[in-house]
Structures are given as structure tokens and as C-alpha cells.
Design a binder for this molecule. Structure first.
Ligand code: C5P
Length: 287
């Protein structure tokens, strides 16, 4: 079976507080974009799970979210694994704030549910997905969503208006735990106007959404990046997008990918060309 797994962006990301379990309660608006990985799952009779990808440095064992998702699927459904191979063609940049690995895990859970006629509901799949990672429940559903708790409490929102978007990942990855370890929730002074974004979504007001986009993890990501001499990487890309009339620009998730949303496809194409000169992990897609 062949499926696509879509990248997500954060239209906003707010940290509410730190929990006893070390995770943070968040309030964020997530949206799936057209940029995707391709996943093919085949039954091969090996009675085990194997994973291959087009990127040699990615794990092909339990450390791969897709592998872990498959393992948990068989454990939770009690279905005997006849042996499956998962082949992933990655386009979504890795360690980028785009939930690439989580999205692959979600796509595997949805595909196995169909392949093995397990009839699990999306909330049931999301529950299994949460054991793989905090972004997986959102990725099971996709679309435009308010995500709260660690990311598992999901409320569907009016879909983000269609617009060209450029995604650009600086040539360095960021570790999510490292970025979270740099923040003190109670010291965060500026918070996104999440409710204002929800109202703008309801009104289909792209400008209202773009001017309110805000991610409280940006300073923490910049601080981690500056330790490796890349402190300017996020701001540099934002500047490029602003110079090409972006309606809004933001870092996604824990970074370092920056995206710009445009009203005019010509501006988006020029911004794409300019950002591509800074980093080759640059994509022109749609919201
Ligand atoms: O669940 P996932 O593996 O995606 O999370 C990676 C790391 O990000 C966690 O170990 C934690 O440090 C941090 N995190 C957090 N609060 C969240 C989500 C992630 O602190 N809501």
C-alpha cells in the first residue's frame, strides 16, 4: 500500500507550563502543507518489521518513528505480524520542526489500519500514536487544528486559506529536547494571540492570521543555533521572505525551518529562489 505523509507547520506555538513528566503543556495551531514523504508498505512473510529510506543516516530500527508505530500497532490490536517492509522516500527535511518523523509514523498507523482491516477509529489510532511522539496524534488527523496538552488534545479549526508558501530549513538540524530545555515557561513574557488567529481563520482572513503568527520557541532555538555559530540562521531567512512581500513569516515548531506565506505566487517564486541560494532545503508548496 502506498500513502503520503504530509509536513506540518505551526501557525502559532505557545508554551503554557512545564509538567511533572518533563513535557510542556502547549497551545498551538497546526496546519498540514502539501510537502510530503512517500511511504510504501508491503507484506513479505518475514514475521518482522523492516524499514528502508532514501537517506542513509536515518535509523532503520526502533529509533525510527515509523518502525515504532508499526510495532505498537501489532501490539495494540493483537494482530499477528506476518512481516512487513516499510519503504520511506523522504522529502520533508529531518530535525526541522516539520514533524516529518511523526507524520511518517501517523501514515504507517493509518495504512496498517486499512491493510489489516483493524477498524480502529482516528482517536484510537491517535492514542497509539501518542506513545510514539507528541505530534503524532495531530498527524493522524492533519488539516488545521488547535493542539493542546502535549499536543494530543485536538480541536478542528476552519481550514487555513489556500496560499503559496515557501519552507526553508537552514543547513543545520535542531534537537527538540534541546530547544525545550532552553525555556522557562514562567519567564515567557510574549504569547501569541491564539484566539485572534482562530477568529481570523473563521473569517478566512489570511492577513489577520499572518500578522498574528508567533512562536515562543524562537528565542530558545536561536540560542541553541548560536552555540554552533548559526545564531542568525532563522532571522536571515525571515528577512528574505519579508523582502519579497511575505504576508507573514515564522519558525515552525522547535525549528529551525522558517516559512513564509505569500498572497502573490510571483513573490513566492522570487522568495523561493532567494532562499534556495542560502539553503538547498527550500520548497515552494501550498498551505
Ligand atoms: O514526543 P516527542 O518525542 O516528539 O518530544 C520530543 C521532546 O520534546 C520531548 O522529549 C520533550 O523534551 C519535548 N517536548 C516537550 N513538550 C511537548 C512536546 C515535546 O517538552 N509538548
Amino acid at each position: 500500500m502506498k500513502v503520503k505523509s504530509y509536513a506540518k507547520i505551526n501557525i502559532s506555538l505557545d508554551v503554557i507550563n512545564k509538567r511533572e513528566d518533563g513535557y510542556h503543556n502547549l497551545r498551538m495551531i497546526m496546519h498540514s502543507v502539501e510537502l510530503s514523504d512517500d511511504i510504501e508498505i508491503n507484506i513479505n512473510g518475514s514475521k518482522s518489521i523492516s524499514v528502508s529510506t532514501n537517506l542513509h543516516y536515518l535509523p532503520d530500527n526502533k529509533k525510527n518513528h515509523a518502525y515504532r508505530a508499526a510495532e505498537l500497532f501489532f501490539e495494540h490490536t493483537g494482530i499477528e505480524n506476518p512481516g512487513i517492509h516499510i519503504d520511506i522516500f523522504k522529502r520533508i527535511p529531518v530535525s526541522a520542526g516539520l514533524a516529518g518523523g511523526s507524520s511518517d509514523a501517523a501514515a504507517v498507523l493509518r495504512a496498517l489500519n486499512v491493510m489489516f482491516s483493524a477498524s480502529l477509529s482516528l482517536p484510537e489510532l491517535a492514542k497509539i500514536g501518542l506513545l510514539v511522539g507528541a505530534d503524532v496524534p495531530y498527524c493522524i488527523h492533519g488539516g488545521t487544528m488547535l493542539a493542546e496538552g502535549v499536543g494530543e488534545i485536538l480541536t478542528p479549526l476552519k481550514n487555513m486559506p489556500k496560499a503559496p508558501i515557501v519552507l526553508s530549513k537552514p543547513p543545520i538540524g535542531l534537537s527538540t529536547p534541546k530547544v525545550f530545555s532552553e525555556i522557562s515557561a514562567e519567564k515567557i513574557k510574549l504569547h501569541p494571540d491564539t484566539d485572534g488567529i482562530i477568529k481570523s481563520l473563521d473569517a478566512g482572513d489570511l492577513n489577520g492570521i499572518c500578522k498574528r503568527m508567533f512562536n515562543v520557541l524562537e528565542p530558545a532555538a536561536q540560542s541553541v543555533l548560536s552555540k554552533s555559530g548559526n545564531g542568525n540562521a532563522v532571522e536571515e531567512l525571515k528577512e528574505v521572505f519579508r523582502n519579497h512581500n511575505a504576508c507573514g513569516t515564522l519558525m515552525s515548531g522547535s525549528g529551525p525551518t522558517v516559512f513564509g506565506i505569500f498572497e502573490d505566487i510571483k513573490d513566492a517564486k522570487c522568495a523561493y529562489n532567494a532562499a534556495k541560494r542560502i539553503t538547498r532545503d527550500t520548497f515552494l508548496t501550498t498551505t
